[in-house]
Design a protein around this ligand. Structure first.
Ligand code: NAP
Length: 323
């Protein structure tokens, strides 16, 4: 089969498409024919060798994908060949999803409703899982609360706007381009703000009549965390989802509001919490509340370009690779 193989950590060009032996599903495993793969920022950190978890070289990248069950190993009863699925990873130590076939644990394989395309299915795993965990499990956000999605135009932000809206929260969101702002409106954000303008945080406070947001989902904490504290309502919570450096904060701002700064990493999610997340996401995908948005699609051979694009400004949905 064709797969992307990385033989050394480095620039996007280290990703090459090679012919490799077809994998097989062992007992208790599921073999998935991959149709589309989601590209997440974390894939680029791992490729550079800059991430806490380093795979053994050579490796095939990719965790999120969608496709069709090709075969199931002995003892897998609830999945069958031919079923449409999205996946949230591959067997530990095995190759990733940027390939024609991927071997998964059953818990990593979730049914994909017929109404959701493979490209959309590839946009579910990390972005929707992260957004759900941030809103419900970390922020403990309630219907009626004001949620600011600070970085709403990308994969996680798009998912967060849809999830928060569906749960009856009032969503404010930011993007860095006009196209991104149009995307926020299309997703249903009540107000959109351009985070590349000087005074947008004043506009956010105005939109809440000076009260501030109950919850801020932060995609770039090293730039925004100090300002976020000033945008919080009393007992507000900032959830640090993305961070690419260090920042100095005025802790008095948190003190004055009884505010919380809560971090999150999807890797810390327990199996029970993960099952809850995908039960909720499966329901939302099936009933049409959740509609993943694919902003750009690349061929497997263009993976290097996809990695450059995911780290560039101007997001409007999710980047996927067609297999
Ligand atoms: P993405 O699709 O590349 O989107 C990045 C988002 O960040 C875009 O909405 C972008 O807006 C926005 N952004 C850029 N500059 C910003 C600024 N100054 N202030 C606020 N937002 C800004 O990436 P993603 O998949 O949504 O992931 C977002 C971040 O969360 C990444 O850093 C990623 O590594 C991290 N993440 C963490 C976890 C976790 O478990 N903690 C899980 C998933 C992702 P424009 O392009 O419109 O400027």
């Amino acid at each position: 089969m064709k797969a992307i193989v990385i033989r050394e950590f480095g620039d996007p060009e280290v990703m090459r498409v090679e012919e490799v032996p077809n994998p097989v599903a062992g007992p208790g495993q599921v073999l998935v024919r991959v149709r589309s793969v989601g590209v997440n920022p974390v894939d680029t950190y791992i490729r550079k060798g800059a991430y806490a978890r380093k795979p053994k070289l050579p490796y095939t990248p990719g965790a999120d994908a969608a496709g069709v069950v090709q075969a199931v190993g002995q003892g897998v009863a609830h999945l069958a060949p031919g079923q449409r699925v999205y996946i949230t990873g591959t067997v530990a130590g095995a190759d990733g999803a940027c390939a024609e076939l991927a071997v998964c644990e059953p818990a990593q394989v979730h049914r994909l409703p017929d109404s959701i395309s493979f490209e959309q299915g590839a946009a579910v795993g990390v972005p929707y899982g992260t957004a759900y965990r941030a809103i419900f499990q970390r922020a403990e956000a309630r219907p009626g609360e004001i949620v600011l999605v600070h970085g709403g135009s990308g994969g996680v932000g798009t998912a967060a706007i849809q999830l928060a809206r569906a749960a009856g929260m009032i969503v404010l969101a930011t993007a860095g381009t006009d196209r991104g702002l149009r995307h926020l409106a299309a997703m249903g954000a009540a107000h959109g703000f351009n985070h590349s303008t000087a005074d947008y945080t004043d506009r956010i406070l105005e939109a809440t009549d000076g009260r501030g947001a109950d919850v801020i989902l932060e995609m770039l904490a090293n730039v925004n965390l100090n300002r976020d504290l000033g945008l919080l309502a009393k007992k507000g919570r900032v959830i640090v989802i993305g961070n690419r450096g260090t920042i100095e904060i005025d802790a008095r701002q948190a003190m004055a509001r009884d505010a919380d700064i809560r971090g999150m990493t999807l890797f810390n999610t327990s199996p029970a919490e993960m099952a809850e997340i995908h039960a909720a996401l499966g329901a939302g995908l099936a009933n049409g509340t959740l509609k993943p948005v694919v902003g750009r699609e690349f061929a497997l051979e263009e993976a290097a370009l996809a990695h450059v694009t995911v780290m560039s400004p101007g997001a409007h949905g999710k980047i996927v690779l067609k297999v």
